[in-house]
Ligand binder design. Structure first.
Ligand code: IPM
Ligand code: MG
Length: 368
């Protein structure tokens, strides 16, 4: 196994607005290197459609090996309509899925926090979202995203059949449930586990394994189970009932997009994808904004870099054990918002609209 280099940060800006928001992250990392004498070793390379355009593949072996030896991967975004016609195995998204799977990044943390300054930016009523602080823990390397058999095959009557398989083993469920329980203990100590145990056997297994781990090791944490469709409804009805939501790969994908809108903008939410720690306490991890590549606004300098910058704050906390620095960075974001600075996606009355790089600079100036 290739060794993880403790301070190595690999930037993979990707496609669409990915490069713009990642440029702001790079400025932040350089600031920490210059001003706080931290020794992050930055490297940068292509991923997704931009890699496909140059190399004919969304992830070259070279970049994959760089990823293997990096402690932190900062990903921008991948994909866009430009690559719609590309063969399935070469689609930009395959790079992301391969990185998640091969680096064994099984736990995806997606916090949805509604900043007080942005309570009015949500499409929901302020009293519903004010003070919201949810953490979605999404399983990331199993389920229908990776299950076999899969594919599109011709069948007898001249039709074709599309197949994907939703599978989970006990150990896949238990290792991600453990992460959710551990994180809940540092928060409000409540986990709601979501599946479709009413229609899927894999959902029934999910529910049983989560409950049995709870009963053996996490009795102090309050656990309840919810069907995933009900969870989708409850998220807009009364989102503040949630603390930690634990769920599988596909439901987590959908529920986290939904949760993001409670906070005002998809442009605000960071995420962390974590692997297991090895004997030396080292862990592989990838951090990315949960927004996509937003090709419609790419290259215009209007993208919100906050989700990316907050993703780096998560990297400081989870991969680099730099909690104080993470807090300082999160505080700097708050202060830039307190000054009334807004990118287009969160712009409102009497606020000052700023570009991607102006927002990045403002956050850095607050770090001083
Ligand atoms: C996400 C994205 C990805 C996913 C895509 C880009 C493959 O929607 O990270 O939520 O479906 O997991
Ligand atoms: Mg998604």
């Amino acid at each position: 196994m290739i060794k993880v280099k403790k301070r190595k940060v690999l930037l993979l800006p990707g496609d669409g607005i990915g490069p713009e928001v990642t440029t702001e992250v790079k400025k932040v990392i350089n600031w920490f290197n210059d001003k706080k004498s931290l020794d992050f070793e930055i490297d940068e390379d292509l991923v997704g459609g931009s890699s496909f355009d140059k190399h004919g593949t969304p992830l070259t072996d070279e970049v994959f090996y760089k990823a293997l030896e990096s402690a932190v991967i900062m990903l921008g975004a991948v994909g866009g309509p430009k690559w719609d016609g590309v063969e399935f195995s070469k689609k930009p998204e395959r790079a992301l899925l391969k990185l998640r799977k091969e680096l064994k990044l099984f736990a995806n943390l997606r916090p949805a926090i509604c900043f007080e300054q942005l309570v009015n930016a949500s499409t929901l009523k302020p009293e519903i979202v004010s003070g919201l602080d949810i953490l979605i823990v999404r399983e990331l390397t199993g389920g229908v995203y990776f299950g076999e058999p899969r594919g599109i095959k011709p069948i007898e009557n001249g039709e074709r059949k599309g197949v994907n398989t939703h599978t989970y083993t006990s150990s896949e469920i238990i290792r991600v449930a453990r992460i959710a329980f551990d994180l809940a203990r540092k928060r409000s100590n409540r986990v709601i586990s979501c599946e479709k145990s009413n229609v899927m056997e894999a959902g029934q297994l999910w529910k049983e394994e989560v409950q049995s781990l709870h009963d053996k090791e996490y009795k102090d944490v309050e656990l309840s189970h919810m069907l995933a469709d009900n969870c989708a409804m409850q998220l807009v009805r009364n989102p503040k009932q949630f603390d930690v939501i634990l769920t599988d790969n596909l439901f987590g994908d959908m529920l986290s997009d939904e949760a993001s809108m409670l906070t005002g903008s998809l442009g605000l939410l960071p995420s962390a994808s974590l692997g297991a720690k090895n004997k030396d306490g080292e862990m592989r991890a990838m951090y990315e904004p949960i927004h996509g590549s937003a090709p419609d606004i790419a290259g215009k300098g209007v993208a919100n870099p906050i989700a990316s910058i907050l993703s780096f704050a998560m990297a400081l906390r989870y991969s680099l054990d730099l909690d104080k620095e993470a807090e300082a960075l999160e505080k700097a974001v708050q202060e830039a918002l307190n000054d009334g600075l807004r990118t287009k996606d969160i712009m409102s009355d009497k606020m000052k609209e700023v570009s991607t790089s102006q927002m990045g600079d403002a956050i850095i100036s607050k770090l001083q």
